[in-house]
Design a protein around this ligand. Sequence first.
Ligand SMILES: Nc1ncnc2c1ncn2[C@@H]1O[C@H](COP(=O)(O)OP(=O)(O)OP(=O)(O)O)[C@@H](O)[C@H]1O
Ligand SMILES: [Mg+2]
Length: 439
Amino acid sequence: MSGDTGPVAAATQPDSTNLHKYDLEKGTELRFEVDADPVVVRMVSGKGELFGTELRIEQKYTFKKGDKVAIFTFHGCKLKLFGKPEVQYVAMETPMTFYINLSNALEGLRVQAETQAQSGPNVLVCGPSDVGKSTLCRILLNYAVRSGRTPIFVDLDLGQGAVSVPGSIGGVVIEKPADVEGTFQMTAPIVYHYGHSTQSINPTLYDLIMGALAEAIERKKQVDNSVKYSGIIVNTSGWVQGYGYQSLLQAIKHFNIDTVLVIDQERLFSELSRDLKNNNNTKVIFTPKSGGVVSRTREFRAESRDERIRSYFYGNITKPLYPYSFDVPFSQFVVYKIGSPNLPDSCLPIGMRAEDNSTKLLPISPSIELRNHLLAISCATNNTTEELSKAIVSNVFGFVAVTNVDMERQVVTVLSPQPRPLPKNSVLLFSDIQFVDLE
Ligand SMILES: Nc1ncnc2c1ncn2[C@@H]1O[C@H](COP(=O)(O)OP(=O)(O)OP(=O)(O)O)[C@@H](O)[C@H]1O
Ligand SMILES: [Mg+2]
């Protein structure tokens, strides 16, 4: 189990030779990328913010390997940076004024929504890979919270699974700014299982769960006016061609999006403007990319996915979590996989069309092949066939990871955020996503 912050804490005691002082002028930002050793930043005067979260004077913030950070100031500030980041420089040009104007316009729509007792703005952020989509969502959510709002953050990017784990989509009410060194607090998220890291594997299922999530969010808005007026901010994946593009159109429809922010790509902007031309309620806005956004390699993405799952179970330095490990007898272990490959028409008698199996539930028997896979714990049960069929579009309680399958003792060992037992008669859903528990 984790909780051992010793080595990291020791490494954060910087050598004074690695001290860098910055006097940032209004409207500039300090950007840096953290290499192997952690970097500590302290703001000594003025006002500064990290992707929309305000820094506190004299507080030490520690950034870890792989973090790519920008500290922006509207008013000017003095910073001390300890450590040896891979890259560090002050940028004079940033799109932050554009982003704050955008945020002010959204706030105007929230005020209007409140006076008319209607829903606030539903915003979707899209664009190709590595243009700063997730960062813009974070900035807009932070600004909304700083104005006293409680917007819903929806993450449709299966590869990152920011609300829960990769291979899922979800929504969560944001009540506090994100942690400077971490992410938003994910309290009581609404999560749907998909089981793969890209939409292309099962488009039918992706469309279905987006619809289910949108309905769940609508219900949430109906019972909470503050959420209703605050609206939603939807993050999407960087796949914007083929089904990637179609899935953006589906998301815009499901979530009743009125503002589409297209970062950086003119082609996507013009395609969406064309396809949404007849939809008077939806504005498409071309949004500049920050020069600071850093491209990430395939390996880095895989590592981030692992890190995301690790922190789902073990938390992080500021908020460690202590998961449980326990055995589940085969007799109580009910696992299904959603969808099986469709037979090509050419394999069927002439004139016959293959059945769509993409949302069929297929039982899986416990075997060593389950090892290291994530399993979603569906809110649906297997009490009746009708209950079971709801598993596809039911939200999930959370996830466990299979750490061992003992065929002799007929037990499966799982790593779980909650103590035993698993919810009674719960249906577990298989995920392609793997996690090797090295703690
Ligand atoms: N202004 C900036 N200065 C420095 N780094 C930045 C800045 N804006 C974003 N980044 C960093 O660049 C990286 C990519 O940004 P982000 O994750 O927002 O892009 P994305 O479009 O969501 O990528 P993906 O397509 O993988 O979802 C992140 O590590 C982020 O912290
Ligand atoms: Mg992203």
